[in-house]
Design a protein around this ligand. Structure first.
Ligand SMILES: Cc1cc2nc3c(=O)[nH]c(=O)nc-3n(C[C@H](O)[C@H](O)[C@H](O)COP(=O)(O)OP(=O)(O)OC[C@H]3O[C@@H](n4cnc5c(N)ncnc54)[C@H](O)[C@@H]3O)c2cc1C
Ligand code: SF4
Length: 558
């Protein structure tokens, strides 16, 4: 049995519509960016720079030349990453305007260690070249996102938080903008006292920068036939931030335990442990969602990791201060859409799938792709140009193909797929790929959908540690630590089949880091208000849609 046997009752076509509000009630903006993550904010900042020197174009874009919609309570509320940041794209974006030492970083990476773990031991191994972090900086993406949002606003962008984009507005073969979600509806969709209807936001160019599992990105790929040959695959990352008694002086990555090496389990991933200044440490566990064991829970694997002597020692005397979860697109170059533009539309960042898996890096690609999207949009907005004519935005795809993003992703294009063949064989193949910069083994390896993996069941969950409220925690206390205060009478935003077999219900129950699913005698029950919008359900047989704007986690340190 596999999750794909029980597809969600979701039809992407229901999320595309022509603008319906009367023309004088539509919100009209120049360039509309969906998502205030590094990709969307870099796009807004670059547009601000370009428009500064082009007052005539700016004038033509109307009262709001650049708008950014963000579903989180504020910019940064839904941002979660490691994060060790490669500053390359930030340097290019802020050339001559901001130096790296003016950006909100916790400092450069000075030392790093990679370990192979068994349940009791830690074997230090040489850092694989793809994982080297010389010249990179540690950050909280949530904090970096808030800072980028300030820069975007200073450059003239209007940021609209608490606003979910729920429908793609398209007419006459081109994208016209998005429809934002209603607010103040009850569980059955009824209007409550504070009801506010959504609105049509129309624009000359719409940039989708929704990040992982982008809802409208998926809708647009379907509507314009942009999907590539290979399906996208994902990993789930669960992380915590700790106040610690002693500073950590290096970044640490681990492989091996608590994951199992045998290929039948398909458990690919590892952990990261990064210092955040002298008194904080962040640690997380990342696991590919092509795993097969119904009992696998990334939340609990992270709890187990903390009981390892190497990790326990680092956290001893400390206190957990934040928690969060999010998926990472892992298919790489071979899973990218075949085209990242359509008439009036551009797609960037994680939404496109621009992540380097062996390096665990996507932030600088998101920033670079956002900047290139801004340049393509700006070029298409010149007098005599029309961004909605077919091909007018193709220069974006060309620029991305010429950029360092493409070159990097090409070298590691087969690496994630190799690990589907087990840790040892995957590791050997990855070594060969690194040494030959992707030339060996030759050719391209296909990906299989995460939801197409046959499930199996072991007694894995029996060894997850019980929560002690000090070192180890249960899922509900983790949801609390995410800052999630979603009202529990909102309409359900998770689309799944309820009448599923017990194995699948159990898999969702274990998979979800926020305790949203509960296996019952009839199938599955859900508590949508716990959801931290990590996106794992979309990979494993359901579909996450954006809930009411302003709900979900309120991350500040992740
Ligand atoms: C656990 C983990 C560790 C990682 N570690 C690293 C690392 O160390 N270094 C690194 O470089 N990368 C790392 N990455 C990857 C990196 O975080 C991403 O590549 C990067 O955040 C992508 O940026 P983005 O702007 O495309 O998307 P995001 O950062 O996801 O931002 C998208 C934004 O869009 C908003 N949004 C989405 N849909 C809508 C909608 N419909 N309406 C309104 N708003 C919407 C979201 O709320 C969010 O704020 C890590 C990722 C994870 C999960
Ligand atoms: S319900 Fe789905 S998207 Fe929400 S936290 Fe759980 S797994 Fe993630």
């Amino acid at each position: 049995m596999k999750p794909a046997d029980y597809p969600p009752p979701f039809d992407a076509r229901e999320f595309v519509a022509a603008p319906a509000d009367p023309e004088d009630e539509r919100i009209d903006v120049g360039v509309l960016i969906v998502g205030a993550g590094p990709a969307g904010l870099a796009c807004a900042i670059r547009l601000g720079q370009l428009l500064e020197n082009a007052p005539e174009v700016r004038e033509r874009l109307g009262e709001v030349p650049v708008a950014v919609l963000e579903k989180g309570k504020q910019p940064g509320s839904h941002l979660l990453s490691g994060a060790v940041v490669n500053p390359r794209a930030l340097r290019r974006l802020f050339k001559g305007r901001k130096r790296v030492d003016e950006m909100p970083f916790y400092g450069p990476v000075e030392h790093e260690s990679v370990y192979f773990l068994t349940s009791k031991r830690a074997l230090r191994i040489p850092t694989p070249p793809t994982m080297k972090n010389d010249g990179n900086y540690v950050a909280s993406l949530s904090q970096l996102g808030r800072w980028l949002a300030e820069q975007a606003e200073e450059g003239g962008a209007m940021i609209l938080p608490e606003t979910s984009a729920v429908k793609l507005l398209a007419a006459d073969g081109r994208v016209r903008g998005v429809r934002t979600g209603d607010k103040g509806r009850g569980r059955d969709g009824e209007q409550l006292g504070n009801f506010e209807p959504g609105a049509d936001v129309v624009a000359r160019v719409t940039v989708l920068a929704e990040g992982t599992q982008g809802h409208l990105t998926g809708v647009a790929l379907n509507r314009f036939g942009l999907a590539g040959e290979n399906p996208q695959v994902w990993a789930l990352g669960v992380k915590e931030v700790w106040k610690v008694a002693r500073p950590l002086d290096r970044v640490i990555h681990t492989m091996g335990w608590p994951l199992r090496a045998a290929s039948k389990y398909r458990e690919f991933g590892g952990s990261f442990i990064y210092p955040m200044g002298k008194d904080m440490v962040t640690l997380g566990m990342v696991v590919g969602l092509d795993y097969r064991d119904v009992e696998l829970s990334v939340h609990d694997l992270l709890q187990e990791l903390k009981t390892h002597p190497l990790v326990r020692k680092l956290l001893d005397g400390g206190e957990r201060v934040a928690w969060g979860a999010k998926t990472i697109p892992e298919g790489g170059l071979l899973s990218l859409p075949k085209q990242l533009h359509a008439p009036g539309l551009l797609i960037c960042g994680d939404g496109a799938g621009l992540v380097n898996v062996p390096a665990l890096k996507g932030i600088h690609y998101a920033i670079e792709s956002g900047s290139l999207a801004a340049e393509a949009a700006f070029a298409a907005l010149q007098r005599g140009q029309t961004p909605s004519t077919p091909g007018a935005l193709a220069v974006y795809d060309e620029a991305l193909r010429q950029s360092f993003v493409w070159k990097d992703l090409k070298e590691v294009r087969n690496m994630r797929q190799a690990f589907g063949r087990g840790f040892w064989l995957g590791g050997a193949l990855a070594g060969a790929m690194t040494a030959t910069k992707g030339h060996f083994p030759p050719g391209d390896t296909r990906t299989e959908r995460d939801s197409e993996q046959e499930l199996l069941r072991t007694d894995r969950a029996q060894s997850y540690p019980a929560s002690d409220g000090k070192l180890t925690f249960d899922k509900l206390s983790s949801v609390f630590a995410s800052g999630n205060r979603t009202r529990d009478d909102q309409p359900n935003h998770i689309v799944i089949r309820r009448d599923v077999p017990p194995e699948l219900a159990r898999m969702w129950e274990r998979m979800c880091p926020a305790q949203v699913y509960e296996a019952t005698a009839e199938g599955v029950d859900i508590t949508p208000s716990n959801c931290v919008q990590c996106g794992a359900i979309t990979a494993k047989g359901g579909r996450l849609t954006p809930p009411e704007g302003g709900s979900g986690p309120e991350y500040t340190l992740t």
